[in-house]
Ligand binder design. Structure first.
Ligand code: ARG
Length: 467
């Protein structure tokens, strides 16, 4: 880079007066953030427009100057919207906007940065972007919730094995399984709404670290930019990235939820399970094996969750140990959070589409039900006849072993086998061997009975409609 004291240079860089020599090329490369922060240009224009008005409101610049700045910023926005940034070599988005403003408005451009620093400017831009991002992510999560709800609505009458430790455990309605994935994402939506409150805090007016020395009405600024509150401390305001961590955390947690759902889809779609079939539009083939039908949508979702966790860890590491207030390290925050939001906006709709179009294979699901899933119900049968549960557990355990040794299902044991096991067994024990009865027996709220499930579906529907 050439002479920074030259007059043309003075107008394009935001700083340089105290330097004799330009930056080394490798330093320039490290210093540059434009490729990442260019996406904040609409927010940078909005923040600058509000700042120009605030300066005029405080009598710091004349109304004519304000109007010239506003008109210039409009033209800068048009140029950026038309792709002006593609060839730009500026250090960051703030430098780019200011350089273009000089081109559009002339020397008055030099008045815009009065009482403002890139420290409060970038915090403001990023938060403006964050409020919008949190809403977009929230809508995408809602889309996935809607897909799970609709899959559940189609699966009330299908009874499947529920697993713990990936071992067949007890029968449940397939809708219950689908909704078991709904609630984690519903909690993510609530978390996002809470983070939103903490994003919507205006740092502008904090200057570099100590606040603006000009009579700026920060509350007018706040309203104009649509923030809910004002930051309370300028030193904190320019470096507070708590909301970035929080949003990255919700992203990482949603990623964990996505990857667990994805894992179920991969398993259920395998030849071994064959429970659920993803539509052609969400499946991929193999370049070598013509028979393959791969659940890449789920595998990619599971894989993408890794970077969501990674971004959170990188962000926390970035902040840890920094001295008070703004430090350049913080610039790294944007690339990481942008990646988390991009990843979520890419993954959530694809998985939602896959669920919307997934089809159960009822025969394969039914084949996954074996009598052993009713062992608990058999123990409960004895409990209802007065046998203490610990005892009935032991007795049924022996029956399960016997059935296993004889190579048949529990229900295929003769009446005599039951009578030998305990005198409380009567012929009505046969009634235990009904999937429908087993799921209906669990009528507590949150259970598998039709009534309980319909309430759950309704509540999930209400949550879907809630903001
Ligand atoms: N690109 C910078 C960031 O994102 C803008 C703030 C720069 N401030 C500074 N004092 N160099 O953090």
């Amino acid at each position: 880079m050439s002479d920074r004291a030259g007059s043309s240079r003075k107008r394009t860089a935001l700083w340089g007066g105290r330097f004799e020599r330009g930056m080394a090329p490798e330093m320039e490369a490290l210093n540059k953030s434009l490729p990442v922060d260019i996406r904040l240009w609409p927010q940078d224009i909005a923040g600058s427009r509000a700042w120009a008005r605030a300066l005029a409101g405080g009598g710091v610049i004349a109304e004519g100057e304000r109007d010239a700045l506003l008109a210039g910023l409009d033209r800068v926005a048009s140029r950026l919207a038309a792709g002006e940034a593609a060839a730009a070599k500026d250090e960051d988005v703030h430098s780019l906007v200011e350089r273009l403003l000089y081109e559009e408005a002339g020397d008055v451009a030099g008045k815009l940065h009065t009482g403002r620093s890139r420290n409060d400017q970038v915090s403001t831009d990023f938060r403006l972007w964050g409020v919008d991002a949190v809403d977009r992510v929230g809508e995408a999560v809602r889309g996935l919730c809607r897909a799970l709800h609709s899959l559940a609505s189609r699966s009330v009458d299908l009874i499947m094995p529920a697993y713990t430790h990936l071992q067949r455990a007890q029968p449940v309605r397939a809708a219950h399984w689908a909704l078991s994935h709904f609630w984690p994402f519903d909690r993510d939506r609530r978390r996002l709404a809470q983070v939103r409150e903490r994003i919507s805090v205006l740092p502008l007016g904090s200057g570099a670290v100590a606040g603006s020395p000009f009579p700026i009405d920060r509350d007018v600024l706040r309203r104009e930019l649509g923030f809910a509150a004002l930051s309370e401390n300028s030193m904190d305001a320019v470096s507070d990235r708590d909301w970035v961590m929080e949003l990255a955390f919700v992203g990482a947690l949603a990623g964990a939820h996505l990857s667990r759902l994805a894992e179920d889809l991969v398993l259920f779609g395998s030849s071994e399970f064959g429970f659920l079939r993803l539509d052609d539009r969400y499946s991929t083939g193999s370049s070598l094996m013509p028979q393959k039908r791969n659940p890449d949508v789920a595998e990619l979702a599971r894989g993408k969750s890794g970077r969501l966790t990674g971004n959170l860890v990188a962000l926390l590491t970035l902040l840890k140990g920094l001295p008070t207030s703004y430090n350049r390290d913080i610039q790294e925050d944007k690339e990481l959070l942008f990646d988390s939001v991009d990843t979520l906006l890419l993954t959530l709709p694809a998985l939602a589409g896959a669920l919307e179009t997934a089809l159960w294979n009822a025969e394969r699901v039914a084949a996954g039900l074996d009598d052993a899933l009713l062992a608990t119900d058999l123990a409960d049968y004895l409990v209802r006849k007065g046998v203490p549960f610990r005892e009935s557990h032991e007795i049924v355990g022996r029956l399960v072993r016997r059935a296993e040794e004889e190579g048949r299902g529990l229900s295929a044991l003769p009446d005599a086998a039951f009578r030998e096991a305990h005198s409380a067994f009567g012929t009505d024990v046969r009634e235990v061997f009904s999937w429908e009865r087993a799921v209906e027996a669990r009528a507590v709220p949150g259970g598998t009975a039709r009534q309980a499930l319909m309430s759950q579906l309704e509540e999930a529907g209400r949550r879907l409609a809630a903001p």
